[in-house]
Design a protein. Sequence first.
Length: 83
Amino acid sequence: MIKFLQSLSYKKPLRISAILWLLIPFLLSPLHYAHAYLDAGTGSYAIQVTIGLVFGATYAIKSFGGKIVQFFKGRRSKKDSAE
């Protein structure tokens, strides 16, 4: 039993596990059963959502980026150290 558990803990190459994790959702998805209709506006909506996510993430990083960096560096801002 111990040898079996030790063989399971042996490090497998990263390629095999990564390929398996990428293939599992593909193999489990029922692509041949899809009878869906995509409206003509679906593409423009997807583009709008993507642009919104990019600009939203950029704004969040710009707004909170300095605070996050200061938190991880362990420094206080000038305003906090003055008080």
